[in-house]
Design a protein around this ligand. Structure first.
Ligand code: 8Y4
Length: 290
């Protein structure tokens, strides 16, 4: 007898033109880094064609969303201009759109880049600053009525790993979510288009990252979808050190992803789409039967 537990049917994120993201199952967001300094793959695409092919491969493997980023958020990374960022991602978005309708999110904190991406056919804004870095971003999201990911980060990419500390990271992240959701409401962004993300690895100690995953269900009090990105992040390597280049932390990435899903994640941001889809199929079969 399948354990058809919590029914999440009917939950949708509107994308416009009558399209929706269906939240009745877990959605897989595949990482496409288009940065020359990418320290992990999904990246190192100097040639737009290579990046487009990787996106199409991830779609084939079952990715529901492709997340395209042209600015490295690694601690201490050199910031790039909007022009540079668009030069990297523009041809890739256009290339994907010329062959595929796959849902595209754009990982950017800059309103100019986000606007050009939307004009080229991107669907979702993934702003790791939660619309705080560029004051024009909240207006853009409101006027274009697109879904937005509000991610928690303590500090900025340049400062976030300088001795981060919390009394209670889950409560503090929830306070941050309250403030950002209210800012969105003031600007007329509908709650149906907001996705929350606790920002694993962004100004967190290893213990904070583990606690966020263990207590993920506490972020569900807003009734909003949760996105979680643990894939290949350094906390996994701290718990289980391996030769990163050999294993890419795949086992740890899958374990942390499955834990996040069990605790309420609706969307998972991953590098290893095929393995993630395989793991999620087993979870689904256990819950619902084959
Ligand atoms: C190896 C590979 C080690 C990649 C670390 C990393 C998130 C995100 C990133 C996230 C949302 C990353 C853009 C960091 N992480 N966006 N972006 N949520 N919404 N590091 O967790 O992947 S980049």
């Amino acid at each position: 007898m399948p354990l058809a537990t919590k029914q999440k049917a009917g939950r949708n994120i509107p994308l416009g033109q009558g399209r929706n993201l269906d939240l009745s199952g877990t959605l897989v967001m595949g990482v496409l880094n288009v940065t020359p300094d990418s320290f992990s793959d999904g990246g190192r695409f100097e040639d737009p064609g290579t990046a487009v092919n990787r996106a199409l491969e991830m779609e084939q493997q079952g990715a529901d969303i492709i997340d395209i980023g042209g600015e490295s958020s690694r601690p201490g990374a050199i910031p790039v201009s909007a022009e540079q960022e668009w030069t990297r991602i523009g041809p890739v978005i256009e290339g994907i759109r010329s062959t595929s309708k796959v849902t595209l999110s754009v990982d950017t904190c800059k309103a100019g880049v986000a606007e050009a991406a939307l004009d080229a056919g991107a669907d979702i804004i993934n702003d790791i600053s939660a619309l705080r870095e560029d004051p024009k971003m909240v207006e853009l999201v409101a006027s274009r009525q697109v879904p937005v990911v509000l991610m928690h980060m303590l500090g900025t990419p340049a400062t976030m790993q300088r001795d981060p500390k919390y009394d209670d990271c889950v409560s503090e992240i929830n306070e941050f979510f309250s403030e950002r959701v209210e800012a969105c409401r003031r600007y007329g962004i509908d709650a149906s288009r907001i996705i929350l993300d606790p920002g694993v690895g962004f100004g967190k100690r290893v213990s904070d990252n583990l606690e966020i995953l263990a207590r993920l269900s506490e972020f569900k009090r807003f009734g909003l979808p949760l996105l979680v990105g643990t894939s290949r992040k350094s906390f996994i390597g701290m718990v289980h050190p391996t030769d990163a280049s050999a294993s890419e932390r795949l086992g740890g990435s899958i374990a942390s992803m499955i834990t996040a899903v069990a605790n309420g994640a609706d969307i998972v941001r991953v590098h290893d789409v095929a393995e993630t889809v395989e793991a999620l199929k087993i979870v689904r079969a256990i819950k619902e039967g084959v």
